[in-house]
Write a protein of this length. Structure first.
Length: 322
């Protein structure tokens, strides 16, 4: 074997080994998965369901970090400004799309300042009532609200949240007036209903399902256009006297802008693998979430279509925040 040929073979082997080494570098330290809401909400529940298995799959700890405030915008901004190295991720909801249309002075743009990783799951919201509102149906809620305009209240999570959007749509379609009581997150909002501090809320089904099963709140209707597979006996709002009502929530994971494609592929592959594990899928579906596990490109297209849809709705309703 000539010296020239030997050197050529060594170069090829070195390049191959170098490429493999580079591919195996990520991740080599813990990953932060930021949930921009308090513990107890739907995004937090999903993050904590998949977190342990994701840690095992990636070989590094995945640390769930709750950074609530400003309807999720504080935690989202942290990820938008983080280093594009894959070690800081965001678990957010449809609320991120709402914020883009509602807040005039966001420090980020949902369409440009995040790198989509995967659309995790879809889940409807559900109208639940507590002890302060003794009703058994949507019709009774509507009747009570019409009899006492502005006296029946609902717990919200502030401007631009799915809770608020669901409440606004309820009032618009039902032609009633409700009082909105804002909370910092879905968990506190639901707890306020349980405690009788508020009359009702449009909770994320994923977070509310255990409480419904335990009898701590009463489920009246889901917000999606179709009934939920895990609560087939609970009618939709459209079925319950509000024709055309449809709001479906969803959860997704993003990385900072500019995160290299190979890192996104590693993250997407690991998350999709975990979501498709029978035990994880069954647990999420049992709690009301429909696992989607999309590609990054599919998630990007979906976010853009959702933004176009809700931007029109929000502008028509003149919903804005300072």
């Amino acid at each position: 074997m000539t010296r020239k040929l030997l050197l050529s073979i060594c170069a090829v082997v070195a390049a191959s080994v170098g490429g493999v080494t580079h591919a195996q570098v990520f991740p080599d330290k813990p990953i932060r998965l930021i949930v921009p809401y308090p513990p107890g909400g739907g995004a937090d529940a999903i993050a904590r369901t998949i977190g342990p298995r994701l840690s095992e799959t990636l070989g590094q700890p995945v640390v769930i970090e709750n950074r609530p405030g400003a309807n999720g915008n504080i935690g989202s901004a942290i990820v938008a400004k983080a280093a594009p190295d894959g070690y800081t991720l965001l678990m957010n909801t449809i609320g991120l799309v709402f914020s883009q249309s509602i807040y005039k002075s966001l420090s980020f743009n949902v369409l440009n300042d995040f790198t989509p990783v995967t659309l995790v799951a879809g889940v409807p919201h559900i109208l639940i009532v507590g002890p302060s509102l003794p009703v058994n149906s949507v019709a009774e809620v509507l009747a009570a609200a019409k009899a006492k305009p502005g006296k029946i209240n609902y717990a919200s999570v502030g401007v631009g949240s799915p809770f608020q959007m669901a409440g606004a749509l309820f009032q618009s379609v039902g032609q009633v007036e409700l009082a909105e009581i804002p909370y910092q997150g879905g968990g506190p909002a639901v707890q306020s209903v349980i405690a009788g501090q508020t009359d009702m809320t449009f909770a994320n089904l994923l977070a509310a399902q255990p409480l419904i099963k335990a009898g701590r709140v009463k489920a009246l209707a889901v917000t999606s256009s179709k009934r939920s597979a895990i609560a087939p006996d609970v009618p939709t709002l459209a079925e319950s006297g509000l024709p055309g009502y449809d709001l479906s929530g969803w959860f997704g994971i993003w990385a900072p802008p500019g995160t290299p494609k190979p890192i996104i592929e590693v993250l997407n592959g690991a998350i999709v693998k975990v979501l498709n594990e029978p035990e994880i899928r069954a647990r999420l579906e049992r709690d009301g979430a429909e696992v989607i596990a999309s590609t990054p490109a599919e998630f990007d297209r979906y976010v853009r279509s959702e933004y176009a849809k809700w931007d029109k709705v929000i502008k028509a309703a003149r919903i804005q925040a300072d």
